[in-house]
Design a protein around this ligand. Structure first.
Ligand SMILES: Cc1cc2nc3c(=O)[nH]c(=O)nc-3n(C[C@H](O)[C@H](O)[C@H](O)COP(=O)(O)OP(=O)(O)OC[C@H]3O[C@@H](n4cnc5c(N)ncnc54)[C@H](O)[C@@H]3O)c2cc1C
Length: 399
């Protein structure tokens, strides 16, 4: 009996260990992480980037000593491969760590823009955030390339700290791919009202260096100071290390409804994992904090259950984002092409929205409307038709 090996020392890895212990598992657990730090939380890295009182220490998810008491912590070691037949994880120093069951939770890696290599910051780790913060504090300016959630949060944090910031996005609005044009346009206006110089529908064409320093030349021939640049152009699942493992990979590690991969006794959770949920014929990968936590608990339960008593996970997906002084909350999974009913509140800043696929409600969203979004959530959970959720959006937004 060699025990459970968890690969990835972030949220999914830690929550798996915690859940196993809470469920009474007393056997050996090894948690392998390639960072030097014990598991810490990532959402504060973008939201609190320029808050001088925060991020002085890594936002640990669990006291490092308490974490070390729950499992054998192997930090600063990268998993380089997995031998599914021999049931062992292979580390970058050649060590083999045998497992009875393994849980893979290696998250994502930031995408980069080759044009910005050597010039831009990405934000995945605590050290990345500290480096970007120090550069912004030193130079008091920032250009953010990519107006997804992370780019918007970083731009918002900079604007709130009084730093001149430009937000550059190829799509017509911020958050366009995730939330569509109507909500994206509202978010664009919030950022602009808060002093962010928002440039949408343009891309970075060139980097030019002159006596004043580096500049980004955009596709509309305008220029933006590039002394400090954050590249927030998306992520990809961190699964390269599994390339020769034989484990099925698609957009992430392909899992069944129990979280098990194509290799028996190997499960995956978190941003790297694409699960097959009830009612969905394709594996779905989401990069949400709450889904990661739910998957970790489900996998812990399934690891401790008899094989034919395992339970599939059927979560109501949820994510939040903090930007422009408000909390954005979204339940469900909005999809590109969904119809959208979006209404701003009387204050002009808050917003409610519902998404639908022509028949069903697929997601509901609120910005700065925590009570009302919960009322919409109840309709989503009850399987309300889109027309009903859209009506509720109109009613609640006007109230
Ligand atoms: C800046 C930021 C802000 C966010 N804000 C929000 C938010 O507001 N709301 C929300 O819902 N979600 C948010 N998220 C997403 C949320 O943090 C993730 O969903 C969650 O962290 C996923 O957990 P994970 O364990 O899959 O991955 P991670 O927490 O990324 O952990 C993966 C760990 O595995 C390690 N690793 C990778 N490869 C290997 C290897 N080969 N060997 C060993 N270790 C390896 C990584 O270094 C990392 O430590 C945010 C993410 C970031 C980066």
């Amino acid at each position: 009996m060699t025990g459970i090996v968890v690969v990835g020392g972030g949220l999914g890895g830690l929550r798996t260990v915690e859940s196993l212990r809470r469920l009474g598992y007393a056997g050996a657990i090894t948690l392998i992480g390639d960072e030097r730090l014990a598991p810490y939380d990532r959402p504060p890295l973008s939201k609190q980037l320029l808050d001088r009182d925060r991020l002085r220490e890594p936002p640990f998810l669990c006291e490092p000593a308490a974490c070390a008491a729950m499992c054998e912590l192997v930090l600063g070691r990268r998993a380089a491969g997995l031998d599914a037949a021999g049931k062992a994880v292979l580390l970058d120093d050649g060590t083999e760590v045998p497992y009875t069951s393994a849980v893979l939770a290696t998250g994502t890696s930031p995408r980069t823009l080759p044009l910005l290599d050597g010039l831009s910051h990405t934000v995945r780790t605590y050290d990345d955030a500290v480096r970007l913060r120090d550069a912004v504090l030193r130079h008091e300016r920032l250009a953010v390339v990519g107006a997804g959630f992370m780019g918007c949060e970083i731009a918002s944090a900079a604007a709130a700290a009084g730093t001149p910031v430009t937000l550059i996005e190829t799509a017509p609005t911020p958050l366009y791919g995730a939330l569509g044009a109507a909500v994206g346009a509202h978010v664009r206006d919030l950022h602009a009202a808060d002093g962010v110089d928002v440039r949408c529908g343009v891309s970075v064409a060139e980097v030019r260096h002159d006596a004043a320093g580096p500049h980004l030349v955009l596709s509309d021939a305008t220029t933006v100071d590039a002394t400090v640049v954050a590249a927030c152009v998306g992520v990809r699942p961190a699964v390269d290390w599994l390339a020769t493992s034989g484990i099925a990979l698609g957009d992430g590690i392909v899992c069944d409804g129990f979280g098990e991969t194509s290799a028996r006794d190997v499960y995956a959770v978190g941003d790297a994992a694409a699960w097959r949920y009830p009612g969905s014929d394709v594996p779905v990968r989401v990069e949400h904090w709450t889904t990661t936590t739910a998957q970790a608990l489900a996998v812990a339960r399934n690891l401790l259950a008899a094989r034919d008593e395992r339970q599939p996970l059927d979560p109501l997906h949820y994510f939040w984002s903090d930007q422009c002084g408000a909390k954005l909350q979204c339940f469900g999974l909005p999809r590109p092409g969904d119809e959208v009913e979006a209404r701003a509140g009387a204050d002009g800043r808050s917003l409610l929205a519902a998404y639908g696929d022509g028949r069903r409600t697929t997601a509901v969203l609120g910005i700065g409307r925590p009570k009302q979004v919960l009322q919409l959530r109840a309709r989503l959970a009850a399987g309300a038709p889109f027309a009903e959720a859209a009506g509720a959006v109109r009613e609640l937004a006007a109230a």
